[in-house]
Every structure is written in C-alpha cells, then in structure tokens.
Design a protein around this ligand. Structure first.
Ligand SMILES: *Cc1c(COP(=O)(O)O)cnc(C)c1O
Length: 228
C-alpha cells in the first residue's frame, strides 16, 4: 500500500463518516501526522493533496520545515516544553496541546514578541489516564477561565486522545464525553475564545471520532505505515 492509496481510503472513510453524522468531507480537517516520516514521503503526501502536517517534536518540525512547500500548515500536536516554544511560535498555525497554564503563558509571551496571535486548542485528558497529558474533565472550566485573558493566543477549541488500545467502537464513549464539553463552548466568542475546532481521532479511531463530532483528525500510521 502506498501513500496515495492510503490517502484515498482515508478520504473516503472521512467522507462517509462525515455524511453519516450530517456533514461533508470539507467540514473535516485531515492533519497528516509526520513524526519519524522523512521529507521525501511527507512531500509525496503533500503532492496527493495533504495541506496540514502535525508533528509532536519541535526538533523534527524545525528540521523539516524549510523542505516542505510553504503553503502547507504545520501544527504541533504533542506535549510541548515551555523552553521550546520560541523555536516554533513563528512556524505553526495551530497548537493542539495546551495542557497547563505555564505553557499558555509562554506561548502568549513568545507570540507577543513576534506580533502574532496563535490559534490553540486546550488538551483534555478525557480518559484520565495518568500517562496522558491534558486537564481533567472537571478542570476544563477553570482552565478556560485562566487562559481567557491572554491577548496573543486564540482559544479555538479542544483536543483529546482516546485511551490506549481502543478502536472505532470502544473509543466512542470517550469522544462523546469530549463532544459534550466542546458543545458547551462551541460558538462562544468571549475574551480570546472563538471555539469551533474539536481535534480527536487517530489512525485507529478516526471514524468513531468523526461520528461523535470531531472536525479535525490526526492520522499518521494509516497514511505513512507503521512507525519503527
Ligand atoms: C502520533 C500521534 C497521532 C497519530 O497517531 P497514528 O496512530 O499514527 O495515527 C495523533 N495524535 C497525536 C497527539 C500523536 O502523538
């Protein structure tokens, strides 16, 4: 299976799940997750129509950035150390993984320096697994209030990861819970809140995620093959 064929299958699945949940393919953003993927294969995906790339390591993003066409958007989707924010603030269009106040503060500070307002998502640990990043369900409201005053970030929505080992069916109850939280903020414009993005769904569970209301899926191995 090559990248082109993989993308065709994924696009069909996204289209199908979108329609089953009353939406269209264009309502769902595909983020191609390129961790461990080399520039050549990334550019193959781009030539097949991929427009958004997601990395979870700053070092990987910065080393690939200039070798990929500059009309492609880059997102950071994984845990971000505050001391690395300065390396990517000017390069990304969305940060999926704001999981603590210190990080929001540093992103705001670095973006102020370069005169930019960065779109961010707040990460929620919906499964409450100890190893996962994100704020607990019960902390979301307080977290939103703590970041609402920052001028150089715009809170566009939420991101979550289903528990390890779940699939399209078994992940749905977690996604449904995330969707409830998202719905309580959807369309809210207040302070820096402008909520319209729900990022959930990976290779194993993106169909279930879309059926539960996701409008942004982060897919790596189903496009590029298993990572080493
Ligand atoms: C690696 C990763 C993905 C993609 O995982 P696949 O199972 O390869 O699709 C999505 N989201 C995050 C946060 C990741 O770290």
């Amino acid at each position: 299976m090559n990248i082109k064929e993989n993308l065709e299958i994924i696009n069909e699945n996204i289209d199908d799940a979108a329609k089953r949940s009353g939406r269209n393919r264009e309502d769902i953003t595909l983020v191609a997750v390129t961790k461990t993927v080399d520039v050549e294969r990334i550019n193959e995906a781009v030539s097949c129509g991929v427009k958004v790339l997601g990395e979870n390591r700053v070092q990987e993003l910065t080393s690939k950035f200039e070798y990929v066409p500059n009309d492609v958007d880059w997102h950071i989707i994984g845990r971000l150390q505050t001391n690395k924010v300065k390396y990517i603030a000017d390069k990304i269009t969305l940060l999926h993984s704001v999981d603590r106040l210190e990080l929001a503060k540093e992103v705001d500070r670095q973006c102020a320096k370069i005169g930019k307002t960065l779109d961010v998502l707040l990460e929620v640990n919906i499964s409450e697994e100890e190893t996962k990043a994100g704020v607990d369900e019960g902390e979301v409201e307080r977290f939103v209030e703590s970041v609402i005053g920052f001028n150089n970030i715009r809170v566009k929505g939420f991101m979550t990861i289903a528990p390890y080992g779940t699939d399209n069916d078994s992940a749905r109850s977690y996604f449904a819970r995330m969707r409830k939280i998202y719905d309580s903020y959807r369309g809210v414009k207040q302070g820096n809140l402008d909520v319209g993005i729900l990022s959930m769904g990976m290779s194993n569970d993106y169909i279930g995620a879309i059926l539960e209301g996701s409008n942004m899926v982060r897919i790596g191995s189903a496009i590029f093959g298993k990572r080493q």
